[in-house]
Write a protein that binds this ligand. Structure first.
Ligand SMILES: Cc1cc2nc3c(=O)[nH]c(=O)nc-3n(C[C@H](O)[C@H](O)[C@H](O)COP(=O)(O)OP(=O)(O)OC[C@H]3O[C@@H](n4cnc5c(N)ncnc54)[C@H](O)[C@@H]3O)c2cc1C
Length: 349
């Protein structure tokens, strides 16, 4: 059982900034995300796009914003359960919660903050009979640890950046990489397409187009796949089949938690973004209220106010006096200390 003060569902920009705001109040956070990496929409949909409306940053790449948020929160030592979807919530008699993921990982916390954005990103799956049977037995929809594929025979299908980038990356790790795409043209970045073609010439990637994986074989685990190319069937030995057809967000299991939902978003009280379940908050893109704007800076503001109420739930009767970080400095849980400049302290004193 993973124990924490605030359990955050969703490691997008809102969830990541919550770690920092909670840390200032000496509250520890743990984040669950269905994706293999933090950053939510910023890292999954548009990491290379510049954002122009983050206060203080005239321009910042979405990927760099994620990196900065992780860096800012690092001192408060957040925990992460990545590649798992929060599936069920149970309220205990003392008012605390147990949240269990689709992989069975249990988390216990007095406060739950749902920062689930548009919902959990679920893989688009190809229509192949028995596909589900082979999930986690050689079929994976995202790559969490490339080392799993060392010296293995890997078949990747898809025509976007993920399929191209992972084929290139695994070419040096796997014993055999086959990339299958139903068209001769790819949707990904031009330099990635060129690199794949170069690796094909070097015999490091087996490129099969226009083609589709139509069947999976193996007794318990994946042992091979059938690839259909222009009416011909090719039987290929494989230890892993990785379909990378993109991800689509779904509110999913959270919609069955007894929360008040309006237009696929969670209704909250704008006082502190608490939901109809006391102790469960909803912040960022996942919530709705009159005048709601789905913007990163709004998520940051909501996270900040939410932490104040979380503090009162976790420390009943204790008073918290807001201090500027320029005055109090920042005490990391890892022993680091960012000092407040003396002149400012004196001026305020
Ligand atoms: C192309 C594009 C450009 C944009 N440009 C801008 C811009 O210029 N400025 C701006 O302010 N905003 C912009 N946005 C919007 C901005 O990205 C969102 O407002 C922001 O990402 C919301 O952050 P969030 O943390 O609330 O949610 P998200 O970023 O959506 O993150 C939510 C996370 O929760 C996870 N999750 C959900 N449910 C579960 C579950 N049950 N279990 C586990 N994990 C779960 C998801 O996997 C996801 O990673 C843009 C969006 C897009 C798509």
């Amino acid at each position: 059982m993973i124990k924490t003060d605030i359990l955050i569902i969703g490691a997008g920009p809102t969830g990541l900034f919550t770690v920092f705001e909670a840390g200032l109040l000496k509250l520890k956070c743990h984040l669950i995300d269905a994706l293999a990496q933090p950053g939510g929409q910023c890292s999954e949909i548009y990491p290379k796009k510049p954002i122009y409306d983050i206060p203080g940053f005239p321009e910042i790449l979405a990927g760099d914003l994620t990196k900065n948020l992780l860096e800012q929160g690092k001192q408060f030592e957040p925990g992460f359960t990545l590649g798992e979807r929060a599936e069920t919530i149970e309220k205990l008699e003392d008012g605390s919660f147990i949240v269990t993921t689709n992989k069975g990982t249990k988390h216990h916390a007095p406060v739950v903050a749902i920062a689930g954005g548009l919902g959990s990103f679920e893989p688009r799956k190809p229509k192949i009979e028995n596909l589900e049977f082979y999930e986690d037995k050689g079929v994976e929809y995202m790559i969490k640890d490339p080392e799993v594929y060392r010296n293995k025979k890997v078949v990747i299908s898809g025509g976007g950046d993920s399929a191209l980038d992972w084929s290139i990356f695994l070419a040096d790790i796997a014993s055999e990489v086959t990339l299958v795409h139903r068209r001769n043209e790819f949707r990904g970045a031009l330099d990635s397409v060129e690199k794949v073609k170069e690796l094909k010439l070097l015999g490091k990637i087996n490129l099969i187009t226009p083609a589709e994986v139509t069947a999976i074989h193996g007794n318990q685990n994946v042992e091979g796949v059938t690839i259909e190319k222009e009416g011909e069937n090719i039987l290929l030995e494989a230890d892993h089949f990785i379909p990378l057809f993109g991800l689509s967000p779904k509110l999913g299991p959270i919609s069955d938690w007894g929360l008040e939902i309006e237009k696929n978003a969670i209704k909250v009280d704008t006082l502190d973004y608490q939901t109809n379940i006391p102790g469960v908050f909803a912040i960022g893109d996942v919530n709705t209220y009159e005048g709601k704007l789905k913007l990163i800076l709004c998520g940051f503001h909501e996270a900040t106010l939410m932490c104040q109420s979380a503090y009162k739930i976790i420390n009943p009767g204790k008073k918290y006096v807001l201090k500027y970080t320029t005055v109090s400095g920042v005490d990391g849980f890892d022993g680091t200390r960012k000092e407040a400049p003396k002149a400012v302290v004196q001026a305020i004193d």
